[in-house]
Design a protein around this ligand. Structure first.
Ligand SMILES: *Cc1c(COP(=O)(O)O)cnc(C)c1O
Length: 366
């Protein structure tokens, strides 16, 4: 697909500057980036170049009006030494949907997966080896036209770059606490809640900051119409174990359709556990946390993996789940996901894309 790919290597790697025992999430960037421009109605020639600031015009449409979309996925160094990318085909499909909603020309078939695979191949030394660590891959498409009118751009740029990361939430710190937001809204029906686009996150900053100032880890979003139904968390979808039956909010266009969410639903059904995708009232969550039929809750996302939820604050009251601790189902799903991603457990559904490091493309002379 990317037979025209030109690779310009960085003069020196910055890998030695990174302390592998203190990776964090998003603190470090690897040496290169994949770049592809859309001009005159078509996506052009791909290249991999040293990671560097990209010049933008002050009138850049993405900066003013937010015409941009992104993705997030991970590459792993398996226990067997092989490199695996988790479900890039699903990210490609979601990016396509995000592009459509934001009037961004979608990438030709196969380009997304090839771009991700090529940058992972070039940066494979950056894939950390610790359990729970990965090379996070961030594809981004943004509008490049310099203009002041609010209209779709005619020029775009795709960049794919990577960051060695550990889990988003510190697993040692235990379960997270969420504030159910009955005042602010993340997304409304007909809006862009299902798209991974910058505006959703900018709009969430103020409520999230307020929740954190009140002592919570994050905001829990309720629906934008009635503030009655649970939607999701900042970077993760949410699951409730109602005792042998697991429920997660259904996708209604206001929730990000997480690939981890999809994978967790499959893993649960593989285990014979019933999963309901439905509307879940915050009143049901509160009632069940009181009467003990809410056994545990956890978030699911690429960055967060499986993150236990120990407390939910709603209308001034705090509701504990599983005595504020992480639960067995979330722990099992975490182990199952990580096990598949590291090649330790059978990949029954063909989720891993194995990167062949032997067939690395010839390096350009420059
Ligand atoms: C990315 C994201 C998720 C999780 O999606 P994954 O594909 O599992 O990483 C959930 N919610 C929001 C708002 C997100 O941006």
């Amino acid at each position: 697909m990317l037979d025209e790919l030109r690779i310009q290597r960085a003069a020196a790697s910055r890998l030695a500057e990174v302390d592998p025992s203190r990776l964090g999430f998003g603190d470090h960037f690897s040496d290169h980036m994949f770049s592809l421009r859309f001009r005159d109605g078509a996506w052009g020639q791909p290249e991999i170049v040293p990671l560097a600031p990209v010049p933008v015009h002050p009138g850049c449409l993405a900066l003013h009006y937010g015409q941009s979309v992104f993705e997030g996925l991970k590459a792993f160094r398996g226990t067997d030494g092989r490199v695996r990318i988790f479900r890039p085909d699903r990210n490609a499909a979601r990016l396509h949907d995000s592009c459509r909603r934001l009037c961004i020309p979608p990438l030709p078939d196969g380009v997304f997966e090839a771009a991700v695979e090529e940058i992972v191949r070039v940066e494979h030394e950056w894939i950390p080896r610790g359990r729970g660590e990965a090379l996070y891959v961030r594809p981004l498409i943004f509008a490049e036209d310099a203009h002041l009118q609010v209209r779709p751009s005619t020029k775009f740029r795709l960049l794919v770059f990577t960051s060695p990361v550990t889990n988003y939430y510190d697993r040692e710190a235990g379960a997270v606490s969420l504030k159910a937001q009955n005042r602010y809204t993340r997304a409304a029906p007909g809006g862009v809640g299902f798209a991974k686009t910058g505006g959703n996150y900018a709009a969430a900053l103020f409520p999230a900051t307020e929740s954190i100032a009140e002592g919570f880890d994050q905001a829990l979003w309720l629906d934008g119409t009635e503030h009655r139904y649970v939607e999701e968390v900042g970077q993760m979808n949410i699951f409730f174990d109602f005792g042998g039956r697991v429920a997660t909010p259904e996708l209604r266009g206001t929730i990000l359709p997480g690939i981890t969410r999809e994978s967790v639903i499959t893993l649960l059904r593989d285990r014979g556990i019933e999963v309901e995708e439905r509307r879940i009232g915050i009143d049901e969550v509160v009632r069940r946390s009181r009467d003990g039929t809410l056994r545990e809750a956890f978030g699911a996302g690429t960055a967060a993996v499986i993150t236990p939820i120990g407390r939910i604050g709603f209308e001034g009251a705090m509701h504990e789940i599983n005595a504020g601790a992480s639960g067995p189902l979330g722990a099992e799903l975490y182990d199952a996901l990580i096990g598949i991603q590291l090649g330790e457990r059978e990949d029954r559904h063909g989720w891993n894309r194995i990167v062949d490091l032997e067939s690395a493309p010839a390096q350009a002379a420059d």
